[in-house]
Design a protein around this ligand. Structure first.
Ligand code: IVH
Length: 684
């Protein structure tokens, strides 16, 4: 960090430094996100980032719209502005057979009067189309397809995508620097991210996203770009347009985009015959399963741009390109049984046990049935032949039963509210919920999920202790509680060397990840315990008011509910957990093993205390967060939320439709902040 720079008010030196920082961070982002080859450490990156933020805060003139600091999102918008597309955003006509591709090739050849034609085949990403405008090498606007003629300006949201370059160094094409251009591409999400997000939602009993495209589309329509920044979206680019230069071919355009730092994927293939195209289609039909993202087909484009121009358009599609779509794969199979799966919080989900069947290249023998109401709504019975579908969705779905194949002996599913685990406790369905829960802390099935949660990335981050390994270790009786994780090293020379498909390296890596997890701060440890209603935010608040786990255990219910944002429900759950003898024994064992159950001095110093001693009253509705979330944000910074306005109130946060509290605050001369001002205060 070049702190010395702040000694001078020479704005041009500072401006130069700002550009230098943009450049370093931009290159570091590219190396990290696009190439997975970081060249600076996280700490160095954070220092550069912080230096830039500090300058920008002090000199708002030096805060440029494409600064890397703007990737975290900005003020929530009230609505999106609709803007026209300079060139319409068309769609492709779809084909489903090689015969139709042959017809396409015939139309192209006829259109070009029999001249030879070269094609480029590429993957058809299953996401949301986007148009990106660059002026002077700077990203200025992102617009959705909309109706093809005009779309929504979602620039703020798209800016948060880490792999999208916000500033590009103009490449020289035929000696001319290319700086004004439009790029088109697809915003999508990775399979793993989609599965994880849905799994978490399922565990919490929330509605699942139908497919990754819906998730991406829904995210891009959010008015709060800070939420968008938290979601794992990616982009790939497949189109370049400029008025500056005569471009030659699609493949050259892709190469130019790649050179400018745009993500372009690496599966373009030049095809000079129909057979080349068919092989490409066949290849990806089989291999698309192993791609980390979703494709719903292949796109075939005429490579030469002047030939493209010659061919032109018909209706709303180009004549020079076509999509070959892989159909959603459907299969039917026997529903042998319906079993239950138990999640970390004890939520119980019914699972279809199927006669194994190959759907889109993978063998399916189980599929979720969500909840009891879902089964009744579809009237699915054990012994039915059911249809299984796997399309853009990763998770195979049971979509219904085949009435003609229903046998007389097919059995209506009778739900028995007993946990399927060996303990077999009675399940409960809380009022207003679709799910049943197992309430027993010794349930071994819950245990597996609890351990997985404990070891997961946002919790203790123990790499190598994922779901499969946890299941295996529980079954081998190596793990009975989360505390056993820290005794795994005792099996280093005895059990581990005897395990199948488990090498010495696995042991070494796992044990070192476990050791490393002992450095996690108290707030993470508390979150990792998996106490119901204690998410990351609540854990942070609790650990700031109670320095040690013993302090927290010894607190009374009254003391706990005094803590900002901690209500009866959370307080009770925390006390129940910590006063449960077996839970406490687990904690004591982990304490001995060096897990951090207290906040140390040095961490206290880094606590965010920007709102310490301030009292807030919240009124009206905010766009970007709920009142509960606002309360958590305030509490995490040391502030308090109160229900009524008095002279002692530091701030009244007035959302939309604020009522009498606002009038009272004005009478008493209390500072009133609108949502934007409040967000600014939080970001200090
Ligand atoms: S080219 C003039 N290439 O599929 C058409 N599109 O219905 C330009 N898509 O709107 C589109 N991957 O949203 C093209 N490699 C690719 C694509 C792709 C996905 C999407 C895009 C387009 C739709 C076609």
């Amino acid at each position: 960090m070049q702190q010395g720079l702040f000694d001078t008010t020479d704005i041009s030196t500072l401006e130069q430094r700002v550009h230098e920082l943009h450049d370093i961070i931009r290159r570091a982002d590219y190396a990290y996100y696009n190439e997975a080859q970081p060249f600076i450490t996280d700490k160095e990156y954070d220092d550069y980032f912080h230096e830039l933020q500090t300058i920008e805060k002090q000199y708002p003139l030096l805060l440029f719209p494409n600064s890397p600091t703007q990737r975290v999102g900005g003020e929530p918008l009230k609505e999106f502005v609709t803007v026209p597309h300079e060139i319409p955003m068309l769609s492709l006509s779809n084909t489903y057979s090689f015969a139709e591709i042959e017809e396409f090739h015939k139309r192209v050849s006829d259109g070009l009067e029999g001249r030879s034609v070269e094609y480029v085949a590429e993957l058809k990403y299953d996401g949301v189309a986007i148009s990106l405008k660059y002026v002077n090498g700077q990203f200025v606007q992102a617009v959705t397809r909309g109706d093809g003629e005009k779309g929504d300006d979602i620039t703020q949201n798209v800016k948060t995508l880490r792999t999208l370059p916000l500033i590009v160094s103009p490449p020289l094409i035929d000696g001319i620097p290319l700086y004004d251009f439009e790029v088109r591409g697809e915003i999508f999400m990775m399979k793993d991210d989609f599965i994880n997000i849905n799994r978490e939602r399922e565990e919490k009993g929330e509605k699942l996203y139908a497919n990754p495209r819906n998730f991406a589309a829904g995210t891009l329509k959010m008015l709060d770009s800070r939420e968008v920044a938290r979601r794992p979206l990616h982009i790939t680019c497949y189109y370049l347009f400029t008025k500056q230069i005569e471009l030659v071919s699609h493949s050259q355009n892709i190469a130019i985009l790649g050179a400018m730092g745009f993500p372009i994927g690496n599966a373009q293939q030049s095809c000079s015959s129909l057979n080349d195209i068919y092989s490409f289609i066949d290849y990806w039909h089989i291999h698309r399963e192993s791609l980390p993202f979703f494709i719903d087909g292949i796109v075939i484009k005429v490579n030469n741009l002047s030939q493209q121009k010659e061919l032109g358009f018909v209706a709303r599609s180009p004549r020079w390109a076509i999509a070959y779509k892989y159909e959603a794969v459907k299969e039917t199979t026997l529903l042998k049984d319906i079993t239950y799966q138990v999640g970390r919080t004890g939520v119980v989900t019914p699972v279809a046990e199927l006669e194994p069947v190959v759907v889109a290249g993978s063998t399916i023998s189980r599929a979720t049935l969500h909840n009891y109401d879902f089964i009744t709504a579809l009237d699915i019975r054990i012994g039915d032949t059911v249809s299984i579908e796997k399309g853009g969705d990763v998770i195979p779905k049971v979509t219904g039963y085949i009435p003609e194949k229903r046998q007389e002996q097919s059995m209506k599913f009778m739900f028995t509210p007993i946990c399927p685990c060996p303990v077999g406790s009675t399940l409960v369905r809380p009022e207003g919920e679709a799910n049943y829960y197992c309430d027993h802390s010794a349930c071994p099935w819950q245990l597996k999920r609890r351990i997985t949660h404990f070891a997961s990335r946002d919790a203790m981050n123990i790499e190598g202790l994922g779901e499969k390994v946890v299941d295996r270790f529980v079954e081998l009786s190596l793990l009975h509680t989360i505390a056993d994780i820290y005794d795994l090293h005792t099996h280093k020379d005895t059990v581990f060397p005897t395990l199948e498909r488990w090498g010495e390296k696995s042991t070494v890596n796992l044990l070192s990840a476990i050791e490393e997890s002992k450095k996690q701060p108290f707030s993470r440890v508390l979150f990792s315990l998996g106490i119901r209603f204690v998410g990351e935010g609540v854990a942070k608040i609790l650990t700031r008011y109670f320095r040690t786990i013993d302090d927290l255990k010894n607190a009374t219910l009254e003391q706990l509910v005094q803590v900002p944002e901690i209500g009866n429900r959370i307080a009770q759950s925390v006390l129940e957990h910590l006063h449960d003898e077996s839970e406490w024994a687990i904690i004591e064992r982990m304490k001995i093993n060096g897990i951090r159950f207290e906040t140390v001095e040095s961490e206290m110093a880094t606590l965010n205390t920007t709102l310490q001693g301030k009292t807030f009253v919240l009124t009206g509705e905010m766009v970007s967060m709920t009142r509960n979330q606002a309360g958590e944000e305030i509490a995490q910074r040391g502030g308090k939320v109160s229900g009524s306005v008095s002279k002692k109130t530091s701030y009244l946060i007035a959302g939309d439709n604020a009522g009498s509290k606002l009038t009272k605050a004005r009478e008493l001369g209390v500072t009133v902040l609108n949502e934007q001002e409040f967000l600014l205060l939080l970001s200090e």
